[in-house]
Design a protein around this ligand. Structure first.
Ligand SMILES: Nc1nc2c(ncn2[C@@H]2O[C@H](COP(=O)(O)OP(=O)(O)OP(=O)(O)O)[C@@H](O)[C@H]2O)c(=O)[nH]1
Ligand SMILES: [Mg+2]
Length: 303
């Protein structure tokens, strides 16, 4: 089916943000939208879902789709699901931002470069973390070499964390969006509801506090969220683990880890919900949840 002709002047389109784990895709989404939509951590595989973030500019609208880090390690059902989310986002979008680390390309980056080659004219290569390129003078020759080797629509060096050069990136991407009316109302910043965002905030705090393999077998489910008569919010969240042996690690000595995660999450939830939050966390074990499509579906993954 062809789209009906659009007679207006505005532009609007979907922009997929893809890249290998940990390059800063979610940091970029948040910086572009100007609000924390997607959680960020120094650990790879932080993002597990497709998450929309909307940016309006002079009547035009870019709908960004943050995706999980691309990896070939599709071991469990959750990894296959994450891979599917990336491919779907690329298929359904008007433009791709391929995010790489400005310090150099890895083999994992090159796989994505190959995957996106057929749509290179609709892909912008974003070289992130330029603040870590030392000395800075190394950046230009690197950019030149990459631009010679590839046919991407544009090459934009940025620092998502510091908000450097994001105007240039916005300029490059908005001119490439197709004509069309806005898809979302101007006040809408994301498609995700508060329960999902609350669960993600709690998971983010735990990701920062936990080490090694524990975070990968952990997910958070908000099973209750409501406003009480005194205006405070009540949030009950379950922390699901796939191994009994991880339980004492997540709880910590005398509950220290859980308390710390709760404290940090509550501060951010106060802001998200616009009122004081009473947060209750429970740790539960369900073995192999991340390798069961049924469990994933129950936990709100798009299976
Ligand atoms: N120095 C520096 N660090 C950055 C920059 N952008 C992101 N980071 C850091 O890189 C780490 C990963 O950031 P994320 O945004 O979670 O990366 P991601 O690509 O979404 O990772 P996955 O969701 O796991 O695929 C975090 O510690 C960020 O603070 C940047 O411009 N400069
Ligand atoms: Mg991410």
């Amino acid at each position: 089916m062809t789209k009906p002709e659009y007679g207006g002047e505005s532009r609007c389109g979907y922009v997929a943000i893809v890249g290998r784990p940990n390059v800063g895709k979610s940091t970029l989404l948040n910086a572009l939208v100007g609000e924390k939509i997607s959680i960020v951590s120094p650990k790879p595989h932080t993002t597990r879902h497709k998450i929309l973030g909307v940016l309006n500019r002079d009547g035009d609208q870019a709908v960004f789709v943050d995706t999980p880090g691309h990896t070939t390690r599709a071991k469990r059902a959750i990894h296959r699901l994450m891979a599917r989310a990336i491919h779907q986002a690329v298929e359904d979008c008007d433009l791709v931002l391929l995010v790489v680390d400005a310090r150099g390309l890895t083999d994992e980056d090159r796989l994505l470069v190959d995957m996106l080659r057929p749509r290179a004219d609709r892909t912008i290569l974003v070289l992130n973390k330029v603040d870590l390129v030392k000395p800075r003078a190394r950046l230009l020759p690197f950019l030149d070499a990459i631009a010679k080797e590839h046919d991407f629509a544009a090459y934009v060096p940025i620092s998502a964390r510091r908000g450097e050069n994001l105007d240039a990136l916005q300029g490059e991407l908005f001119t490439r969006l197709p004509p069309g009316p806005p898809l979302f109302p101007p006040e809408m910043k994301t498609d995700r509801g508060v329960a999902f965002r609350a669960a993600e905030i709690i998971r983010e705090k735990l990701l920062h506090l936990l080490h090694q393999e524990v975070p990968y077998g952990l997910t958070v489910e908000v099973e209750h969220l409501s406003q009480m008569e005194d205006g405070r919010w009540l949030v009950h969240a379950l922390i699901w683990l796939d191994r009994e042996s991880h339980k004492p690690i997540v709880i910590g000595r005398e509950g220290a880890v859980l308390k710390q995660a709760g404290r940090e999450a509550r501060l951010e939830l106060n802001e998200l919900l616009g009122g004081r939050v009473h947060l209750e966390l429970w740790v539960k074990v369900r073995e192999h949840w991340s390798d069961s499509e049924r469990e994933l579906k129950r936990l709100g993954f798009d299976v």
